[in-house]
Design a protein. Sequence first.
Length: 391
Amino acid sequence: MRTGVWLIGARGSVAVTSMLGASAVRAGLAEPTGCVLESPELRSDALPAIGDLVFGGHDISSIPLMKKAAALAEAGIVPARLAGAVQDALLEIEQDVLPLPDGGTQAEAADAIGADLDRFRRRHQLDHVVVINVSTTEPVPPPHPAHADLDALRDALAGPEPVLPPSALAAYAALRAGCPYIDFTPSTGARLPALDALAREQGLPYGGHDGKTGETLVKSVLAPMFALRNLKVRTWSGLNLLGGGDGANLAEPAANAAKSASKQRVLRETLGYVPQGETRIDFVEDLDDFKTAWDLISFEGFLGTRMRMEFTWHGCDSALAAPLVLDLARLTAAAHRAGRTGPLTELAFFFKDPLGEVPHALPEQWRMLRAAVDAYGSQGTSRGTSQGTGR
């Protein structure tokens, strides 16, 4: 199943790590460590292989992929030997990484994005193209009446004023072009009633949002423990220190607020109440693509005995996110082929703030994911078995 992966933010750290990693795995130079779908319980012929993935994308940046890969290697994010070994693959992908179109109106911009997607699909004779947003976090947009109605949205996009934030415009363009859409960021993406209506009209799945890679991943394991043992969490406070482009972007208060809200939802949904405390995100330029999170949890046990727990998480954002991007592309292509329409709730395992009414405890999300992969297989989907196909 030759599958296109069109990345919004294709010249960023997560995107280039995904491209480089997939190329290295296909060439037999690296193991797919961190790819959830390569665990024994989830391997399935219903999913496209990593080697079946074909990459392209849009970005406002013009930095060459090889230059970005070299910078990632210098920062210790990817092995330098791999960055050099997959030069030819990155140079080939470079041909399909294009400037983000900017039309006179948002309708014209969406048409241009759709035309790029169609050319990409035809050029590589792809069975499916999945659009994944891995660009920087955007602020929550102001409400607009057209967000709730598809016909009103179509009319408004033809006007002179912007109606959709960039992530939602990308979702609109992708869905119109027949491509499923996934938002790996906490941005709006397809999370508008009008875009849900468009996805259903087109018979397409979509998913998101905000990839679960670090502190929130730990929360989704620990919070159910406190709930199941009937221990009362009194406070849960976290401090996140981030470098790199994402950290710089989150230094902006509006983007920071959108990210922080996404990180806190797991506690409310899992515990059934909101403990005191907050999640703070600070930019530390020297950390580059690495991040550190410190969490302090105070809780109450039998007879009101006060106790506490602390943990520290050190991680590399791109190395944690990239394998999940590959997983999401493969799962979404399989879901599309299986005829799934609307929000993909089975992808909750991958997100801080997943779409739909879903459990937030990681084991329950795992069971949902495993059941979905089994269902894709039972509906007769198949994939190429060779890791050497595609590019």
